[in-house]
Write a protein that binds this ligand. Structure first.
Ligand code: KIV
Length: 283
């Protein structure tokens, strides 16, 4: 049966009609298939890829080519979910022309339905230029990992009234720029609730409390696959690192003890063929 693909209007309608929007990252074909089969609305090919898949210390070093490579793999595995691919650091801040050209590549070559970029008021014109070029944009304000160093590290943002008002203005600027939704990362829940009430586009929270119009998490955090650092806002729904390590160790031991492969994993040969073979081999 043909599955109906989720569209941007489907996502924006959910602000009024609910239920809350579910979003999760995926970076390759098998996991994208599973996330899609679970019925998650938005798959984000996040540049968190750099940390949880490629082993970098942050997201700044992630390149356009890496984002394209993983976005393509995800697109091959998805039938229903909306695919949003992150614009990596340096791909949208030099000029509008370059930003549009890179966003276009993520859609045309990477199979993305929309792109996401980090930044508030200062990035509003770039977001507007990409939207005008016909590409849906998701904004991302609050803790923006690509500029975490300037923000003082991976810290909650907008804790005092002045900083909170700046984030409120940032989110509004992204709406005015034409973004179809905005990610609110690591900000106090009451601030996220006020922003959500004010905006007419859906807010997608990560560490922003329960009042956002949707939630997003990094899949490797949710599944317990990334153990270098787990933020406070992550709920681990499984411990796949531990399970995987147990399975890998059992495999290693079974190989060493010749318990794998067993007969059911091996191919037999007709007795008479074997006899002929042995004859031919002179054994
Ligand atoms: O890159 C990413 O995974 C993200 C989410 C944390 C929102 O931007």
């Amino acid at each position: 049966m043909q599955v109906k693909k989720i569209t941007i209007p489907d996502i924006t309608r959910r602000k009024q009609q609910g239920p809350p929007i579910s979003s999760l990252t995926a970076y390759d074909y098998p996991w994208a298939r599973l996330v899609d089969q679970a019925g998650i609305d938005i798959i984000l090919v996040g540049d968190s890829l750099g940390m949880v898949v490629l082993g970098y210390n942050g997201t700044v070093t992630v390149t356009m080519e890496e984002m394209l490579h993983h976005s393509k793999a995800v697109a091959r595995g998805v039938e229903r979910a909306l695919i949003i691919t992150d614009m990596p650091f340096g791909s949208y801040n030099a000029s509008h022309r370059e930003a549009i050209s890179n966003a276009t590549r993520l859609v045309k070559e990477g199979g993305a339905d929309a792109v996401k970029l980090e930044g508030g008021t200062e990035m509003a014109k770039v977001a507007a230029a990409i939207v005008t070029a016909g590409i849906p944009v998701q904004g991302h304000v609050g803790l923006t990992p690509q500029t975490a160093t300037s923000l003082g590290g991976f810290k909650v943002q907008g804790r005092d009234a002045r900083a909170a008002k700046k984030l409120y203005d940032d989110a509004l600027a992204m709406e005015e720029a034409g973004c179809f939704s905005v990610v609110l990362e690591a900000i106090p829940a009451p601030l996220a609730a006020h922003i959500t009430k004010k905006l007419s586009i859906p807010t997608i929270g990560i560490g922003a409390g329960s009042q956002c119009d949707g939630q997003v998490l990094v899949m490797h955090d949710l599944l317990g696959l990334y153990d270098r650092f787990t933020p406070k806002f992550v709920k681990q729904y499984a411990k796949l690192s531990r399970l995987s390590l147990e399975a890998l160790t059992v495999y290693k031991n079974e190989v060493e003890e010749r318990r794998f492969p067993a007969d059911e994993h091996s191919f037999a040969m007709k007795e008479e063929e074997l006899v002929q073979l042995l004859k031919a081999l002179g054994e």
